[in-house]
Design a binder for this molecule. Structure first.
Ligand SMILES: Cc1cc2nc3c(=O)[nH]c(=O)nc-3n(C[C@H](O)[C@H](O)[C@H](O)COP(=O)(O)OP(=O)(O)OC[C@H]3O[C@@H](n4cnc5c(N)ncnc54)[C@H](O)[C@@H]3O)c2cc1C
Ligand code: SF4
Length: 329
């Protein structure tokens, strides 16, 4: 068996959102939604996941592009990461998202990879990607959370049987910007806050988002609240390009003179969902921007962390990213 060859499936290429929703409803769990396939093709070529039908969304023109919306923006789910990185409105108002999109994978993947695919991609846990029968795959153990488990990339927060982390770089920026997800289904539309869109293993160990079969993410809305704020994004990975985060931080600040009047901070690759630093945000409001504040809140950021055998390094790394966000934003 060649692992490079995808098994046969029926390919549907709708050119309207209505037709796509109709197909997704009809096919239910058998209808694999496809953006640019940069996550999907791995699964299908490796034959670790199979499907009998693929619904390719890239022919739906209305799902592409960046639009003004009440001082904020609405970004179509089929907009590519390169378009988001370079869009003048995204850059001017929400440089945080432009920066995060520009740090995904490689230029080639960003040129085709879509925002929707980036947000809805599955976790990169080695074991799961290579087809072992772990909890997330329907089995009864976690291979990463064992004494010998290769868990350098895995979670230090929010584990519940599974210790996999969110792989999406844009997800953290969108949660920090208090965005929301526009979801279409046969009955109409629902809008879900980005912070509630991603689900951890305690909620559902078999999926990464709230999307049900038959539902399609059609757009992301970013409200005006953080437009033009002072931002900081940093992603630490083993390689500068073509690599997932070992840890990342997406932060937005408002200043009043020397003081921080408001802050929104989210870390990536420490939990199965974007990890909001709620205690840090509360402690920062009204604080002076100085080393004493940074040291104090850096400790708060890692309270409750539970490292695995090979990822203790994430604790000092996370503290340092919080310090750097406050100092260098
Ligand atoms: C070598 C390599 C390196 C990578 N590095 C990074 C990285 O550093 N950071 C990072 O964030 N990502 C990374 N990725 C992951 C991913 O390929 C890209 O993030 C890309 O943006 C995914 O977009 P896509 O359109 O190709 O997704 P697809 O593969 O088309 O879709 C991904 C998933 O989302 C679902 N989906 C797609 N669109 C929708 C929609 N509109 N509604 C509902 N569900 C949908 C699909 O069904 C599928 O399950 C990497 C991938 C590779 C192969
Ligand atoms: S971390 Fe999650 S995905 Fe990875 S082996 Fe454990 S249960 Fe499976």
């Amino acid at each position: 068996m060649s692992k490079d060859m995808m098994p046969h499936f029926d390919l549907y290429q709708p050119d309207t959102i209505e037709a796509a929703v109709d197909l997704a409803t009809r096919l239910g769990g058998d209808g694999w939604l496809l953006g640019a396939g940069q996550d999907s093709y791995d699964w299908l070529k490796n034959r670790t996941k199979r499907t009998s039908a693929v619904i390719e969304l890239t022919g739906i023109a209305t799902l592409k592009g960046v639009r003004e919306l009440d001082g904020g923006l609405e970004i179509g789910a089929l907009t590519t990461l390169t378009e988001i990185e370079n869009d003048p409105l995204v850059r001017e108002r929400f440089g945080l998202l432009s920066k995060a999109a520009g740090r995904v994978a490689s230029p080639q993947i960003r040129n085709v990879g879509t925002l929707g695919g980036n947000l809805c991609q599955d976790t990169r846990c080695w074991y799961y990607r290579y087809g072992v029968d772990c909890y997330r795959a329907g089995g009864n153990m976690c291979y990463a959370d064992t004494p010998e488990g290769q868990n350098r990339e895995h979670a230090i927060f929010g584990a519940s049987r599974c210790v996999a982390v969110t792989p999406s770089d844009t997800a953290n920026a969108i949660v920090a910007l208090e965005g929301s997800m526009v979801i279409r289904h046969a009955g109409g539309e629902r809008v879900v806050p980005a912070a509630e869109f991603f689900v951890g293993p305690a909620v559902n160990i078999r999926r990464m988002t709230v999307l049900e079969p038959g539902e399609i993410l059609v757009a992301v809305r970013i409200p005006a609240k953080w437009a033009g704020a002072t931002f900081y994004f940093e992603k630490v990975a083993d390689r500068a390009a073509w690599d997932f985060a070992l840890l990342s931080i997406a932060a937005a600040f408002r200043f009043d003179g020397d003081r921080i009047s408001d802050a929104s901070l989210v870390c990536g690759a420490v939990e199965c969902v974007p990890h909001r630093l709620t205690a840090v945000q509360a402690a920062l409001r009204g604080s002076l921007r100085n080393d004493e504040t940074s040291d104090r809140v850096a400790k708060l950021a890692v309270e409750g962390a539970r490292p695995l055998n090979f990822n203790h390094f994430k604790i000092p790394l996370m503290e340092n990213l919080v310090r750097r966000a406050i100092r260098d934003a």
